[in-house]
Design a protein around this ligand. Structure first.
Ligand code: SF4
Length: 429
């Protein structure tokens, strides 16, 4: 009896890449393979699903490839296969630079990898091997992006925006619920654009109206919204549908009009403030997460100060910041990268300093209040979970004092007893 070939899938980058890996594994599991994900140790084949978004991510991907080609030299791995965004973007050059890797595949034709592994590829199959804890999963509602942000290489890598049908997404959500998933996180490069390629209008609200009907799913979370064309009917839905988390991840990148213009964000300060105000007024307890980009070519100190003031005034519940990195093929790459890496980092640190203070104050206001908490894991003297205002891996966590009748993947009412900058502590009531 021939033993199954061990394939270890390594995922780098974002949750969208993770879903791609889960789908590759979902099909390969039916073949003569033993499948692991991000496992340490030897394997017959390693498939590295790379990220090619910005400088640091590219570096991490190349380091990971070299780590495994080195392991191959030591006989710990027989074959090194590279796929994902970095390979899509730089396959030809990297093949010459790292000849030790056995095969390179892009993202636009997943069947090629299956042909190489001599396993039948089932076009359209949405079967997945879930790698997240069993009670939450990402639901990728579209591929690609039609926006023209000057600093971003994703449209060059992932191509045009392609929405999945509402029916196929509801089916996948129901399948996830059958597997015990209670929280689904809707992801795409740009959630706001969902449906425009299908019916020339946003269909995000349509999708949500169907997803809230899926039994077993208790939390639906929205990630990667775009400020322009954001379907405001979603705000009303969020206000009345308890299954839709009062949470929105909406990367804004900047707020100064000249910078937004140069970034080709097709939006401006006034409409951004109006959209945030609409959320604050219709869903008063909404947790807004954003991502900002500092050190963009030509960003003056005054424009940076305007961004810092915006952060202090808006008091986002959650915030992340990136420093600008020039990406070949993007419009901004033609601009002179005028700001030093040291100065870029200084600006990013100032933003996070202000955010840390805001997060601390907002968390203090939660002491004494009771929240519904979904338990993700057990850790030392605590069970660790999240409220509906917190997304996995990026946001605050709630440390719940251990009690015998608490188990993971269940919801509990928790009264907050203390708080730190980014975490809460409490007791099940
Ligand atoms: S919306 Fe802009 S930043 Fe986001 S993936 Fe599309 S082009 Fe890139």
């Amino acid at each position: 009896m021939t033993s199954k070939k061990h394939i270890n899938i390594i995922t780098l980058g974002c949750s969208k890449n993770l879903v791609d890996s889960e789908k590759i594994m979902g099909q390969l599991q039916h073949g003569p393979f033993r499948i692991t994900h991000d496992a340490d140790g030897p394997s017959d084949i390693v498939v590295i699903n790379t990220c090619g978004f910005i400088g640091d991510a590219k570096e991490e991907s190349i380091d990971t490839i070299l780590q495994y080609t080195e392991a191959k030299k030591q006989g710990l791995v027989q074959e090194v296969i590279v796929t994902g965004c970095l390979s899509q973007r730089y396959k030809d050059a990297l093949q010459k630079e790292i000849p030790e890797a056995d095969a390179w595949f892009g993202v636009d034709n997943p069947s090629e990898l299956f042909t190489y592994l001599k396993h039948k590829y089932n076009e359209g199959s949405q079967e997945r091997l879930i790698t997240t804890p069993s009670h939450f999963a990402y639901l990728k509602i579209a591929e690609g992006c039609d926006r023209t942000c000057s600093f971003c290489a994703i449209p060059l890598i992932r191509g045009k925006f392609i929405s999945r049908s509402v029916e196929s997404l509801v089916e996948e959500a129901a399948e996830l619920a059958r597997k015990g998933v209670k929280e689904i996180l809707l992801i795409a490069q740009d959630l706001s654009y969902y449906g425009f390629d299908l019916e020339k209008r946003s269909m995000l609200a349509d999708l949500l109206r169907e997803l809230v009907k899926v039994s077993g799913i208790e939390w639906i979370r929205l990630h990667y919204a775009y400020p322009k064309n954001f379907p405001t009917e979603v705000i009303d839905l969020m206000a009345k549908e308890p299954k839709i988390c009062r949470y929105l991840d909406i990367p804004l990148q900047h707020i100064s009009d000249p910078v937004l213009k140069s970034m080709r964000r097709n939006t401006d300060k006034a409409s951004t403030l109006a959209l945030l105000e609409a959320f604050r007024s219709k869903v008063p307890d909404v947790a807004l997460r954003t991502t900002l980009l500092v050190g963009y070519p030509g960003e003056t100190m005054a424009q940076f100060e305007e961004l810092l003031a915006f952060v202090k005034e808006t008091r986002f519940e959650r915030l992340g910041v990136f420093t600008y990195s020039p990406e070949e093929g993007t419009k901004a790459f033609e601009l002179e990268d005028t700001i030093s890496d040291k100065e870029k980092q200084k600006r990013a640190d100032k933003i996070m300093e202000a955010q840390q203070e805001i997060s601390f104050q907002l968390n203090q206001e939660k002491i004494g209040k009771t929240f519904r908490v979904l338990i993700d894991r057990e850790e030392d003297d605590y069970f660790v979970g999240r409220t509906e205002y917190d997304s996995p891996e990026v946001d605050n966590e709630v440390y719940v004092t251990k009690q015998d009748d608490i188990v993971t993947a269940e919801f509990y009412s928790v009264r907050i007893t203390s708080a730190s900058d980014f975490d809460l502590f409490g007791e099940k009531i």
